[in-house]
Design a protein around this ligand. Structure first.
Ligand code: SAH
Ligand code: SF4
Ligand code: F3S
Length: 441
């Protein structure tokens, strides 16, 4: 019997990449490969890469450099994901020991690409499928968590924001059939999953190819699958955020009390330069819908500090927006110039130190807001899903419907297992997490 083929995979980037890797792992296992935990033990080493900011991209090339010595031992390397699609065949020039370069739009063809590598091909590519209308669906998904799992409902992006590589790396926007999404949700519920996270670069730009339902209707339908207790969705684009999404959250208890709605800037002038297709007022109108919901819905966002041409007044408008919305979390980054993007050629008069200064002001302000927001939970009893144990602190790690970390203790002799839901009373609050005590039922 031939020795089993082995592979190692490391994933960088967003949840879409994390879930793509789960599907890639499932596909490789189906092709007879066994997954191993170290590069040393693997025949095939895969990096699923991210190029959203320069730092993310550099990390990949550092990693490739670190391991090029392994090539001499007869190992194969593959670069997948956004850096693969962005750099394409240039990767073979920069790292000649790489034999596979594939963007996410070509993963459907992974089995044939693997065969080519096994037959000794040294420059196998999957780079030509960005205009495809096909999605990557497989029943062989190696989900890393047995209780909560992802379902991609829409791939790619057609928005072309001025700073962003994603439309170039992930290709054209294409939605998956609602029947296929629901079938996967039911299969997951049948095998014990209770939480589903619907994924897409712009999840709410979803358009059912069969025109059977809207995004809000799909959300509600997934939330009504028997056995599913929590449904999350990310990322929502403000332009396509419609009021019926809030109505669905109000109507279906399993839809979580959380919306991630990236704003990028609080200045309409900068939003226009970014080609975001909404104004500050339109964004705030959507926030008002969310705030008017029957349940308190937690809101989080993404912000870019120091976009080319951002004036002190523009930045002030972003700080002011933080106070107005009162987010529970902000992912803020300094603007990073990216290849192919229109903002690369925009005059950028904001010096690097000033960008860093603005980012720090923003993070400090937001921390204050979160300190106050999180303290509002003191004394509340929140339904918490157990994620694991923190033996060092003798705490159980949990997560609330609002997606907040709630670490707690219990008077019961046996700690609840991961995946269990139970009520926890909040006794302490930090700007990023809560602490509590399980309520004896
Ligand atoms: N589709 C989502 C976000 C995708 S990328 C949306 O439109 O909101 C995730 C986040 O990375 C973005 O929200 C943005 O804040 C950040 N980002 C993207 N390109 C960037 C760049 N060139 N520099 C800094 N941050 C960037
Ligand atoms: Fe990038 Fe804009 Fe598309 Fe989001 S909507 S992935 S920021 S181009
Ligand atoms: Fe990165 Fe690609 Fe996701 S650039 S953030 S891995 S879509």
């Amino acid at each position: 019997m031939a020795p089993q083929k082995t592979f190692y995979i490391e994933t960088f980037g967003c949840q879409m990449n994390v879930h793509d890797s789960e599907k890639v792992i499932g596909t490789l296992e189906q092709q007879g490969y066994a997954r191993v935990e170290t590069e040393d033990a693997a025949d095939l080493i895969l990096y699923n890469t991210c190029s959203i900011r320069d730092k993310a991209e550099q990390k990949v090339f550092h990693r490739l450099n670190d391991y090029k010595a392994l090539y001499k031992q007869g190992k194969r390397f593959g670069v997948l994901g956004c850096v693969a699609q962005q750099e394409g065949e240039r990767i073979f020039e920069r790292a000649p020991f790489v034999s596979l370069v594939s963007g996410s739009a070509s993963y459907r063809r992974l089995p044939e690409m693997l065969v080519q590598i096994e037959q000794g091909a040294t420059r196998v590519t999957g780079l030509d499928d960005r205009q495809t209308s096909e999605t990557f669906e497989t029943e062989f998904t190696a989900r890393s968590n047995p209780h909560r799992g992802y379902i991609t409902i829409i791939e790619g992006c057609d928005k072309f924001c001025a700073y962003c590589v994603v439309p170039y790396t992930r290709g054209k926007e294409r939605s998956r059939r609602s029947a296929s999404v629901l079938a996967e949700a039911r299969r997951m519920a049948d095998s014990g999953f209770t939480e589903i996270q619907l994924l897409g670069q712009n999840v709410n730009s979803y358009r059912d190819p069969d025109r059977l339902c809207t995004f809000a209707e799909l959300l509600a339908a997934v939330g009504q699958v028997p056995g599913i207790r929590r449904v999350r969705f990310t990322t929502s684009h403000p332009r396509d955020f419609t009021r019926d999404i809030v109505d669905a959250i109000d109507a279906v208890p399993s839809l979580c009390d959380h919306v991630h709605l990236p704003v990028q800037s609080g200045s309409s002038r900068v939003l226009h330069l970014m080609a975001r297709e909404y104004t500050r007022d339109q964004y705030l109108e959507r926030i008002a819908w969310i705030k008017a919901a029957k349940r308190p819905i937690s809101m989080t966002t993404d912000i870019i500090a120091g976009f080319p041409g951002e004036t002190p007044q523009d930045f002030e408008a972003t700080i002011d927006l933080l106070s107005e919305v009162q987010y529970d979390g902000v992912f803020a980054f300094k603007y990073s110039p990216r290849p192919n993007t229109p903002s690369l050629s925009m005059p950028d008069s904001v010096p690097e130190e000033e960008k860093s200064r603005r980012l720090q002001i923003l993070l400090d302000r937001q921390r204050e807001i979160q300190r106050v927001n999180y303290e509002k939970h003191l004394g509340q009893v929140l339904e918490t899903m157990v994620e694991g144990l923190n033996p060092a602190r003798a705490q159980i790690i949990g997560r609330t419907s609002q997606n907040k970390t709630l670490n707690f203790t219990t008077s019961q002799p046996i700690a609840p297992a991961p995946g269990v839901y139970l009520p926890v009373r909040v006794t302490k609050a930090f700007p990023n997490s809560l602490v509590g005590e399980a309520v004896v039922q």
